[in-house]
Structure formats: structure tokens, C-alpha cells
Design a protein around this ligand. Sequence first.
Ligand code: DON
Length: 304
Amino acid sequence: MDYQSLIEEVHHEVEVMGLRGQLANYIPELSLVDPNQFGICLVDCKGNIYGTGDYQKSFSIQSISKVFTLTMAFSVMKDIFRKRVNVEPSGNPFNSLVQLEQEDGIPRNPFINAGALVITDAIISQYPDPEKAIHNFIRSIACEVQIPVNPLVHQSELAHSSRNRALANFMKSFGNIDNSIDRIIEVYTYHCSLEMSCEQLAKAFLIYANDGHSVFCEDHILDGSSIKRINALMLTCGFYDEAGDFAYKVGLPGKSGVGGGVGAVLPGRFSIAVWSPELNTKGNSVKGIKALEILTDKLGVSLF
Ligand code: DON
């Protein structure tokens, strides 16, 4: 398969469509990025890397980091699933509060902000230096050392975290939060502010396509049954209230972030990362989703 020509073709086709969206201005620092950037990187299970456009430029991974904290949780504290975080799609926006009241402070899934905050809380309880543990874990699955945190984005998120604080406080009132709200918000916004390129993200996502193994550094990160479950969660919950639409158009497990990144996998074949900062009304990259739709249509492959 000539993946290089394929992604170049897809990049070009999407570029000429002139699709537009909005930058994530509720985190002011994210509204300062150049909206015209667009990169694609595909990594196959043999470790071949194919890239086009801005695929080596770093961007804010935002909610894509939730896949990595979830993966950490799967490695060391599987018991929190169902007890503290559920595994059902929410059908609601990523920062919604509404279901929490009716469902006793147990978030629907680990990808909505409430669920990711519970995972962060559990990681804080488990590790003496949670920022370092998360950072090192992501570096180890990406087999990359250079994954910086952007201090300006981190500060910007911290200064605009009222809604996430509300979610965490509300869950605390149900007894589903152990650590201080300040500390949880600090660590959560830290992992959202990490920066990776499409190339680094596609390398990190390879473990979800390759039964928990990275081909870039000998590590076996996770067992196959955990990978199956993480992929199921990405497919059903990775795009919040657009998860059905993404499955319908693209047919792959994936995860988006409000920095405009999308990571996705075709198990047994490849991982792919697409980045373009302008978002649709659900907070997902407009060009990112279109590129993946065209790519899976052209390839004629998906999960289905
Ligand atoms: O907590 C937030 O709102 C952001 N740090 C992350 C949200 C996000 O990326 C949603 N994904 N599309």
C-alpha cells in the first residue's frame, strides 16, 4: 500500500475544500495559533512513518492526553472502572454537568472532562509525582523524549478552569474525588497542555493498533484485552456527542482534542494522527475528521 501518496492526496483534497471552523477560544492561548496549519502522519505496524503537511509541528494535545491517562489507569488500577467511572457514551458535550446529578457523581466515561478528572484524581493518589509519572508514561509509549508542556497554555487553562472545577467539586460532593480540587485541576491541565506533533502522536497511538506493543522501542506496554477495551471506549466515546457521527463516517477508534488533533487506529494495520486547529461546534477538528473520512473511504478499510 502506497500510504505516502494516499495521505498526500487526502491532504490536498481536504485543503482545496476550504473548510472552516473556530479556534478553541475558551482557552485564550489556544486561539492564538495559526489556523491554517494541517498535517497528517500515518505509522504502519512495521514502524514505517508517512507524513505530509505540518506533521512535524507540535501542538496542544488537550483531550488526546485522556487516552494516555486512561491507559495508565488500565495498567495500575482497573478497579476504578464502573465503580468510579462508567464506560457508556454520554451523548453530551465534553464539559457537560447534567448527567452527573442523576448518576450520583459517576461520569459516563473516561473521555468526558468529568471522567478524565476522576482518572487524574486516581493517578494523583497512586504516584508521588503525578505530573512526572504521566509525562514519562507518554514519553515511553511514544518512544520520544521531546514532549514539552506549554507553560502559557497551562496557565491559560488554569485561569479559565471554572467549569472543570465545578465538575470536580460536584463529584466530590458525591464522594467520588479524593484529592484537593486545586491539585486535580493543576495535574489535569498539565497533561492537557503537553505538546506533540502528528508524528509523535501516531507513534504513541501505534500501541492501540498493535496489541499493546510499540515497534519503536521494544516495550510491551499493555495486554491485548486492555487494548481492546480502550479502543472500544475510543470508538464509542472518543468524540463525545459526535462519536456516532465519527464512527459512521470514519469507522475507526479515535480521540480528538480542542488543540485540533485527532488520533485514530486501524488495529493490526496502522495508527494515524491528523492536526488542524479549527474546530466544529462539538470541539473536534473540522479538517481532521474530513481527512479521516476520505482516507478510510479511499482505502476501503475500517473496523467494519
Ligand atoms: O478541559 C478542557 O476543556 C480541555 N483541557 C480539554 C478539552 C478537549 O480537548 C475536548 N476535546 N475535543
